[in-house]
Design a protein around this ligand. Structure first.
Ligand code: SAH
Length: 465
């Protein structure tokens, strides 16, 4: 982190703005919104500042800047078009440990201005650390459209009722659940639609009904790796959870999106090293939910595709624990899209089969005759170790030796790599390289489209056959 984001209280604090042109006026306006006590120093005061001088109650000092002018100020902004003055302002302020910003000169600043979404008391501030202000502004525009204007009013309602809620719900964890329900449920909707009194009444009613809130489990498909392939619902529930139970396929980027103070429990599983056996995971989820926690069970891809999600919810079902299942983008569709390999195609494949290539006692039990049929795409999960066997079996059951096949490493992430070949050539090609898990295998003539349709920049695309 190049800059540390903090929110500074400026009410009644003495702030100095050097310069009195249009840019100065914009900064003055911001400071005024925060209730600062503003002094403007400039040799000549121009129209933009003159026009706000009275309404904002600005003190104006008309002179050339000298270092002692910063004395007694908490924060200084230099917005002149004279580089020498700007430098002098910056060094004078820094000498006295006063926060200083020089407009458009990050190297002279001790703090920088973020792009702001103001839904006071809710404020979102975005910064690119000076690297790409336009990007920060674009992001702000997105947030503007995402955060309803009523958010400020919602926060005000929460503030008004906070004390009362605290006296009625003593446990902090229970209180948080209550507030999350209020702030994104029907009460919030009433505020957003301008029915403030009704919203307050609804909140009080809920408070009366609030006895004990039980825990629940969210079985969440976290997708194949790229964090922005999560669904909105997955993200929302991840940010509500008290505990997150995750395994190896869930990328660090995605874990970063979990509520910051949520407890995080890692439960494996590497191919050979199951950090926790499946039965223990099932029992753990049930235990946590029974203790009143909201548990986000994060699984790579989709929980119902080679994810043993069914087993986990079966235990919950038996024990009467509330849960919901959130689908995720499975590795097959993630990897296929990012490798430019359509899973079906009118000229190539009318069907697509997902199978697991997991070896059981050194063998793979699959219906090879069916998999060797033409005009279909076969996607093999967990197929790296058995790759040679898979290719050999398919050829033995009638697939042509030159049938295209691709191995995709860490699909959709920045480490994605696609290795293509044929049933006859790929195993040797793959074993000649260092391949990192997880990997997915796609077999069928659709793979030949990779050269034409690939759009994602892999770390090293090897498409030679
Ligand atoms: N439920 C998951 C699959 C779990 S099985 C899903 O729907 O995707 C684990 C296997 O998924 C891995 O061995 C690998 O074959 C595949 N896999 C998961 N994520 C992957 C990724 N980003 N790139 C390539 N393969 C992946």
């Amino acid at each position: 982190m190049q800059y540390f984001p903090i929110f500074v209280k400026l009410q009644g604090q003495a702030c100095l703005v050097v310069g009195a042109g249009e840019i100065a006026a914009r900064k003055i306006d911001l400071l005024a919104r925060a209730g600062a006590d503003i002094t403007v120093l400039a040799k000549t005061v121009k129209a933009p500042v003159l026009s706000i001088q009275t309404t904002l109650g600005l003190k104006v000092v008309q002179k050339n800047f000298t270092p002692s002018d910063v004395d007694g100020f908490k924060l200084v902004i230099s917005a002149t078009d004279n580089p020498a003055t700007n430098e002098l302002v910056a060094s004078s302020a820094k000498q006295q440990g006063i926060l200083v910003n020089v407009v458009d000169s990050p190297e002279l600043c001790s703090f920088i201005f973020p792009a702001i979404v103001d839904r006071s008391p809710i404020i979102a501030a975005i910064s690119s650390g000076g690297a790409a202000p336009v990007l920060a502004r674009l992001l702000r525009a997105k947030l503007e459209s995402l955060i309803p204007p009523g958010y400020g009013q919602l926060a005000q309602l929460a503030e008004k009722c906070r004390g009362l809620v605290k006296t009625r719900i003593h446990q902090p964890a229970q209180r948080r659940i209550f507030w999350e329900d209020i702030l994104q449920g029907s009460v919030a909707e009433s505020v957003f639609s301008g029915r403030l009194q009704q919203a307050e009444q609804q909140l009080l009613d809920k408070l009366d009904q609030n006895h004990k809130v039980g825990g629940e489990v969210y079985l969440i498909g976290a997708g194949p790796g790229a964090a922005d392939l999560l669904t909105f619902r997955a993200l929302r529930l991840m940010q509500q959870a008290d505990v997150v139970v995750y395994d190896r396929l869930v990328s660090p980027e995605i874990l970063d999106l979990v509520r910051r103070d949520a407890q995080k429990i890692y439960v494996g599983k590497q191919r050979q090293d199951h950090a926790l056996p499946q039965e223990d995971i099932n029992a753990l989820l049930a235990k946590l939910a029974k203790a009143g926690k909201r548990v986000a069970r994060l699984k790579g891809g989709d929980p119902f595709i080679f994810g043993r999600g069914g087993e986990e919810i079966e235990t919950l079902m038996q024990q009467g624990i509330a849960f919901q299942v959130v689908p995720g983008i499975t590795a097959a569709s993630g990897c296929a899209s990012y490798a430019g390999i359509p899973l079906t195609h009118r000229d190539h494949a009318q069907s697509c089969v997902f199978v697991t290539g997991h070896l059981k006692e050194g063998d793979i039990n699959l219906n090879w005759t069916q998999l060797a049929l033409p005009k279909q795409t076969v996607v093999v999960y967990m197929g790296l170790v058995g790759l040679e066997k898979i290719c050999a079996e398919l050829m033995a059951h009638g697939s042509p030796a030159d049938l295209p096949i691709a191995l995709i490493q860490q699909g959709t992430t920045r480490q994605q790599r696609v290795i293509t070949g044929t049933l006859a050539t790929l195993p040797a090609k793959v074993s000649a390289q260092e391949v990192k898990a997880p990997t997915l295998v796609i077999i069928g003539t659709v793979v030949s489209l990779h050269d034409k349709l690939r759009w994602f920049q892999d770390i090293a695309t090897d498409s030679g056959r």
